[in-house]
Design a protein around this ligand. Structure first.
Ligand code: ATP
Length: 236
């Protein structure tokens, strides 16, 4: 579904990504693990079209999208839940969800059904649908960011650090949602510092270090890899 070859992204003289190649197949959950500043968010932004590629190529469903605009990538089926959530604070929960469907005509009867579907997945959002998004708790805002991304009916969902800054119980809940999305057939690329949780839900993983992929393999093998455990799981 997604095929990236030799991707490079720069911020001025800083090489944030170098020679990154990876692929995600339909129905897979793939995770990118790496420490602070490894380039994880930059990779997500390059895929969603928010940062330009300096070199390399990005193919989605067999089409070259390396130079496509961000809204064109959404229309093709790529939707991102960004790091730090970035919900529209002074809009209601319901309006945030409507904004997630901005590329669909507002007369689209499916939009109401999709909002209902998100409320079934995230019951707390239904209770708070008229509340301003900025007054939600961190965990609720994260749920809203994911639900908003799903409103575009993506075939590839990009999740950038969904557990960031959340209490363990909420993290568990978020990963439960990721697991059920996977079961419903959504293809997911997940960036996480909580490597342990991410590897438990993922099929495959890539390790990103200083802007380069240093290893890759099945999530199960990664969980058992002593080098990965030492560097990213805090266990020996
Ligand atoms: P974190 O987990 O801390 O968010 P990350 O793996 O997501 O880290 P990125 O945010 O992709 O890392 O950053 C990769 C590198 O690019 C870092 O060295 C960072 O300082 C640099 N960088 C990121 N955004 C910019 C920017 N807008 N301008 C200049 N440098 C940037």
């Amino acid at each position: 579904m997604l095929n990236i070859k030799n991707l490079a992204v720069n911020y001025g003289a800083i090489e944030a990504l170098r020679g990154v190649s990876l692929d995600v197949k339909a129905g897979e959950v793939v995770t990118i693990i790496g420490g602070n500043g490894a380039g994880k968010s930059t990779l997500m932004k390059a895929i969603s079209g928010l940062e330009p590629a300096r070199a390399g190529s990005i193919e989605f469903k067999g089409q070259d999208i390396t130079r496509s605009a961000a809204h064109d990538r959404v229309a093709r089926g790529i939707s991102q839940s960004p790091e730090g959530r970035q919900v529209f604070a002074d809009q209601s929960v319901r309006d945030n969800l409507l904004l997630g469907a901005y590329l669909r005509p507002s007369s689209d009867a499916g939009i109401g059904q999709d909002i209902d579907k998100q409320f079934t997945t995230f019951p707390r959002l239904r209770e708070r649908q008229h509340q301003m998004a900025g007054t939600l708790s961190g965990g609720e805002q994260q749920m809203l960011a994911i639900a908003r991304a799903l409103m575009a009916r993506p075939s590839l969902l990009l999740l950038d650090e969904p557990s960031l800054g959340l209490a363990p119980l909420i993290v568990k809940e978020i990963f439960g949602v990721i697991r059920s999305l996977k079961e419903s057939g959504v293809t997911i690329l997940l960036v996480e510092q909580m490597a342990n949780q991410a590897l438990k839900v993922a099929d495959r993983a890539y390790v990103l270090k200083n802007g380069e992929i240093t290893s890759s393999g099945s999530a199960r093998d990664m969980l058992d890899d002593p080098a990965v455990r030492e560097a990213y799981l805090g266990k020996h």
